[in-house]
Write a protein that binds this ligand. Structure first.
Ligand code: DC
Length: 218
């Protein structure tokens, strides 16, 4: 029997992480946070002081790195046995992740690592190219987005709540820059699959987005 896959793609800050985790939990399915694979690679590249212009060397790191994800209450990530959880959410990690993710030789090496997450009883896959490249045959595909302004303001609130100093216009600029890089790269750019359902969460609560997605599955 084929394993069902739900893909949730969209730009950074659209709420994909929270929504995907909660939908996976409700369905009792596995969860792939593909962004953390690119983020883990970014951490590995920094730790090994690899030249950011050397795509072949970065691709070799992508191939050889051993990743373990513990999806308990909080996601725990181990890279070659070392806990790197604290480094995954950093802005600096996200920026380098977006740069290494633009390299085609890196993306091809990470394809199988992502497909290995597809296991019974089902998978919720969150990223940029889940519905277009990694799981093109997924039964249900969602493209979840929100305006850059709304995404920036959500990120700003998160940082302030954590007691981290933040600047809204700076965050908006960074989000727009990240969108540009993710959408304009040649290899598997962020794009909506032709058979995906478009959800703009700008004026929606997390609960109503989750409800809408669960209705698609039902
Ligand atoms: O979703 P995120 O912010 O954790 O992702 C970090 C970067 O990784 C993002 O800017 C682009 C890249 N990425 C990608 O290219 N393809 C994916 N499927 C997921 C993330």
């Amino acid at each position: 029997m084929s394993v069902p896959v739900l893909t949730i793609d969209g730009p950074s800050g659209a709420g994909k992480g929270t929504v995907s985790r909660r939908v996976a939990k409700q369905l009792g399915w596995h969860y792939l946070d593909s962004g953390s694979i690119y983020r883990s690679l970014a951490v590995a590249v920094q730790k090994q002081a690899i030249d950011m212009n050397d795509a072949a060397a970065i691709a070799r790191v992508a191939e050889s790195m051993v990743l373990e994800f513990d999806c308990g209450a909080e996601l725990v990530v181990r890279l070659n046995g070392v806990d790197i959880t604290a480094e995954i959410p950093l802005e600096s990690t996200g920026k380098i992740a977006s740069i290494v993710a633009s390299m085609p030789e890196v993306r091809s090496r990470l394809l199988q690592k992502q497909r290995d997450f597809k296991k019974s009883p089902g998978l919720v896959a969150d990223g940029r190219d889940m519905g277009t490249v990694v799981f093109p045959d997924a039964e249900t595909k969602v493209y979840l987005t929100a305006s850059a302004r709304e995404r920036a303001s959500r990120r700003y609130k998160q940082l302030i709540e954590k007691g981290i100093d933040a600047n809204l216009s700076q965050i908006t600029l960074e989000i727009e820059e990240r969108d540009r890089r993710d959408m304009e790269r040649e290899s598997a750019p962020l794009a909506m699959a032709s058979d995906a359902v478009y959800i703009d969460s700008s004026a929606m609560t997390i609960e109503s987005v989750i409800e809408e997605i669960l209705n698609l599955i039902r």
